[in-house]
Write a protein that binds this ligand. Structure first.
Ligand SMILES: Cc1cc2nc3c(=O)[nH]c(=O)nc-3n(C[C@H](O)[C@H](O)[C@H](O)COP(=O)(O)OP(=O)(O)OC[C@H]3O[C@@H](n4cnc5c(N)ncnc54)[C@H](O)[C@@H]3O)c2cc1C
Length: 457
């Protein structure tokens, strides 16, 4: 009894696995099997060799069909699936904690997909339990529910928003200041379907940087709990609060100080919004305003509704008025009023590991918020509301924080998402936006991520 596969046996394994799971030959199921043989009981090992003997004459799908359903075929089918879809690393590839590219944040699924389709070994890391979007991943952990549903509102950035990109960060396009023509093609860029490895519950704390050369360069990431993963390219897509946090930790530990490093997290936009509710109002349609929009919104359940309400002085609502308002639930009709702010919020590091966001509203922003509230109240009154209440402010769509631009003094990354300071480091999420959008941002975030993916070589 040998623990090794003979050359003839290896050829049978490879051929039959490829017939059972097309593509699996590339994952070298024979090597996978050889590696697992020593762990098998003598009886199981004998069964493997016997199965190889049974299938030795199978050279095509027709021959395979004749023995389909046999124990030998079932055994080989599982073998091919484990080798191909599992975390087995084929010979010649890197170990499980290494990759060509580490993508941090499941929102970077599209970037991972583009790079994996180009043949890169991509490892996608996410701190949460969710699925990646746009990429079929090979899971190293059980699949959980989606982190968040796909966006309900898919809106392209209007030209007036895109014009602000150049104003804010000096972003250039093909023929001068970046404009709609530079963005438009990226909206329509199809995302290839490809395979990447994914690990959930990996909270990336900082990017590891080698500072011994003429320019700092990426070597991997360190996760909470000191787990280290290695790659020469890291793409941060952890969202506009977490990406600045990771960058700030990275700059701190690698002692990177530059105009762009100092800008990290300092130009955060929040798109602050309120929910405004009218009692017994008809559902109104959307109404655009100057610097804000009033749009229909779902009424939250009584707990979320009650907790969110404020009085006219913006203090949490309580007492008799609270009971009166919540007593009318579910008779309230909601609208949402996001306001286009001026990228003046700051995301910084707290005492611990958390990110702390601060914002001082400018006079112009305060006036805009007041106009937006007034417009929402008027709209609900027109729709028949006999009473109106509203929520406190919340950040509807955080964005910016690591903006892209051609002026390193006004941007954190270059026009292709490449860090101004560290080679091999990219940003590909809502942090990239140089100026707050006046529309729902997800479509534009994905378009810019496609632009970044194209630039990574
Ligand atoms: C309830 C809700 C509804 C929305 N509806 C719309 C809509 O209808 N239309 C629209 O255009 N936009 C919508 N948005 C906004 C849109 O979802 C965001 O603009 C968009 O998801 C931003 O993408 P992102 O890649 O920057 O970050 P995200 O999509 O937030 O992805 C960040 C990912 O990184 C992971 N992560 C965070 N920190 C770490 C870390 N340290 N290590 C590893 N992983 C980490 C997170 O778990 C998350 O999966 C909505 C947002 C919310 C919350």
């Amino acid at each position: 009894m040998s623990q090794l596969l003979g050359a003839g046996e290896a050829a049978v394994v490879t051929r039959v696995c490829e017939l059972l799971v097309p593509g699996s030959a590339a994952a070298r199921p024979d090597r996978y099997l050889a590696a697992t043989l020593p762990a098998l009981s003598p009886a199981d090992e004998d069964a493997v060799h016997a199965a190889i003997g049974v299938l030795a004459g199978v050279s095509d799908a027709r021959a395979l069909a004749r023995v389909a359903g046999s124990a030998a075929v079932d055994r080989f089918r599982l073998l091919a699936i484990e080798a191909f879809y599992g975390d087995h690393t084929p010979p010649g590839r890197r170990g499980p904690d290494q990759a060509d590219v580490l993508v941090v944040g499941a929102g970077g699924g599209a970037v991972a997909s583009v790079l994996a389709a180009r043949g890169a070994d991509v490892l996608l890391l996410d701190s949460g339990p969710g699925r990646a979007r746009f990429v079929s991943t090979v899971d190293e952990e059980p699949i959980g529910p989606p982190a968040a549903p796909g966006p309900a509102k898919a809106e392209r950035a209007p030209a007036s928003d895109v014009a602000k990109f150049h104003e804010h960060t000096g972003l250039l396009g093909a023929a001068g200041p970046f404009g709609p023509a530079d963005l438009e093609p990226w909206y329509d860029r199809p995302v290839p379907v490809s395979r990447a490895r994914m690990r959930r519950r990996h909270d990336v704390r900082r990017v590891l940087v080698d500072t011994s050369g003429p320019r700092p360069k990426v070597t991997g990431v360190a996760c909470t709990g000191d787990r280290v993963l290695r790659a020469p390219v890291v793409v941060l897509a952890a969202g506009p609060l977490a990406t600045p946090r990771i960058l700030l930790h990275t700059q701190e530990s690698a002692e990177i100080d530059s105009p762009s490093a100092r800008l990290t997290g300092r130009t955060l936009g929040l798109r602050p919004a309120r929910l405004v509710y009218g009692l017994r109002a008809r559902a109104p349609g959307p109404r655009p305003g100057a610097g804000f929009t009033v749009e229909p919104a779902e009424l939250p359940g009584p707990v979320g509704f009650a907790a969110s309400l404020v009085d006219p002085a913006d203090r949490p609502l309580w007492g008799g008025r609270l009971a009166e308002v919540v007593g009318g639930h579910p008779g309230w009709t909601g609208v949402r009023v996001p306001v286009t702010d001026d990228n003046t919020a700051v995301a910084g590091l707290g005492v611990g590991d958390e990110v702390v966001v601060g914002k001082r509203f400018s006079t112009a922003e305060r006036l805009l918020l007041a106009d937006a509230l007034e417009a929402a109240v008027a709209l609900l009154r027109e729709a028949g509301a006999c009473d109106v209440v509203w929520s406190g402010l919340f950040a509807a769509h955080p964005q910016g924080g690591a903006p892209m631009g051609d002026d390193p003094a006004r941007s954190v990354v270059g026009p292709d998402g490449r860090s101004h300071d560290v080679d091999g480091l990219y940003v590909a999420d809502a942090s990239l936006l140089p100026a707050v959008l006046s529309v729902a941002p997800d479509l534009t975030v994905r378009a810019l991520a496609a632009k970044v993916a194209e630039a990574i070589r």
